[in-house]
Design a protein around this ligand. Structure first.
Ligand SMILES: C[S@@+](CC[C@H](N)C(=O)[O-])C[C@H]1O[C@@H](n2cnc3c(N)ncnc32)[C@H](O)[C@@H]1O
Length: 233
C-alpha cells in the first residue's frame, strides 16, 4: 500500500490524536521549536501535508496568510471545516495546484518521511517559492527512524540493528492515554533529503537536531526530529 493511502486509512485516528490537547510532541515542545525556524508572515505561506490543520491554524493566528494542502480527502475536509476552517486544497505533495513562485514560505511539518515521492515533493515545494522564499521542514530524524532503544532504562543503549543507509518502509503502532495511531513512514538516510534539496536547486541555510526539553530524558541523547531551512540557490 502507498504511504498516501495508509495515511488516508488512518485519518480518523490521526484527527483524534492530533487534536487531543497536550497529547503529543507538537503541543509539548515541537510546534514551538518549529516556529522558531520560520520567517515572519509574508505574501503567502503554503502548508504541505497539513493533516487536520493544527500548524496552519497556529500560523494563521501569527498573521501568516495560509493555504493548506493534504493528500487525504478526510484530513483535507477536517482542516476545511469547523469554527477554525482553513483554505484547504486536497492535493498530493508531488503535484500542487498552485502557481509557480506564489509563496515566500512553504512548510512541510512532519510530512516528508511519510510521502511516497520525496524528490518530486521537494521539487514541487521549490517551484512554489519566489526568489527570496524559504522552505522549512521538520522530519523524523533519520537516526531516530534507523534504530531504537534497547530496553526501558534511561541509560539504555540506542541500537541501529538494521541498515542506516538503506531506505525502508516501516510502521509504528502507538497507544497513549486511550488513543491509538499507526504511523506509516519511510526511513531515509540524511543523504536522500540532501540530494532531493540539491536536485530542486535549494541550499540549506539552517539545520537543527531537536531533542526533548527534559535533560533527564533519554531522548536528550538522540535527536527525535530534524529541522531544516533552505532557499533557492
Ligand atoms: C504526520 S502527519 C502530519 C500532519 C501535520 N503536518 C501535523 O503535523 O499535524 C503526515 C501527513 O502527511 C500527509 N501525506 C502523506 N502523503 C502525502 C502526499 N503524498 N502528499 C501530501 N500529503 C501527504 C498525510 O495525509 C498526513 O496528513
Amino acid at each position: 500500500m502507498s504511504l498516501r493511502n495508509a495515511w488516508d486509512d488512518h485519518a480518523r485516528s490521526w484527527i483524534a490524536w492530533a487534536r487531543a490537547p497536550g497529547h503529543d510532541s507538537y503541543w509539548q515542545f515541537h510546534g514551538r521549536r518549529f516556529l522558531e525556524l520560520l520567517p515572519g508572515p509574508g505574501r503567502l505561506t503554503v502548508d504541505v501535508g497539513t493533516g487536520e490543520g493544527r500548524l496552519a491554524r497556529d500560523l494563521r493566528a501569527l498573521g501568516h496568510p495560509v493555504v493548506a494542502l493534504d493528500a487525504s480527502a478526510t484530513l483535507a475536509r477536517a482542516a476545511a471545516t469547523g469554527d477554525d476552517a482553513l483554505p484547504v486544497v486536497q492535493a498530493g505533495a508531488a503535484a500542487l495546484p498552485l502557481a509557480t513562485g506564489c509563496a515566500d514560505l512553504v512548510v512541510a511539518f512532519m510530512v516528508l518521511q511519510d510521502v511516497d515521492e520525496l524528490e518530486a515533493a521537494v521539487a514541487e515545494a521549490a517551484r512554489l517559492l519566489d526568489r527570496r522564499g524559504v522552505l522549512c521542514l521538520a522530519i523524523v530524524h533519520p537516526v531516530n527512524s534507523a534504530g531504537a532503544f534497547e530496553g526501558e532504562g534511561r541509560e539504555a543503549p540506542f541500537v541501529i540493528g538494521g541498515s542506516y543507509t538503506a531506505s525502508t518502509r516501516y510502521h509504528d503502532d502507538v497507544e497513549r492515554d486511550g488513543l491509538s495511531m499507526t504511523f506509516h513512514s519511510e526511513h531515509r538516510p540524511l543523504q536522500a533529503y540532501a540530494e532531493a534539496l540539491e536536485g530542486a536547486g535549494l541550499v540549506v541555510e539552517r539545520i537543527r537536531e531537536v531533542t526533548v526539553d527534559d535533560p533527564e530524558d533519554r531522548w536528550r541523547r538522540i535527536p527525535l526530529f530534524l529541522h531544516l531551512r533552505a532557499r533557492p540557490g
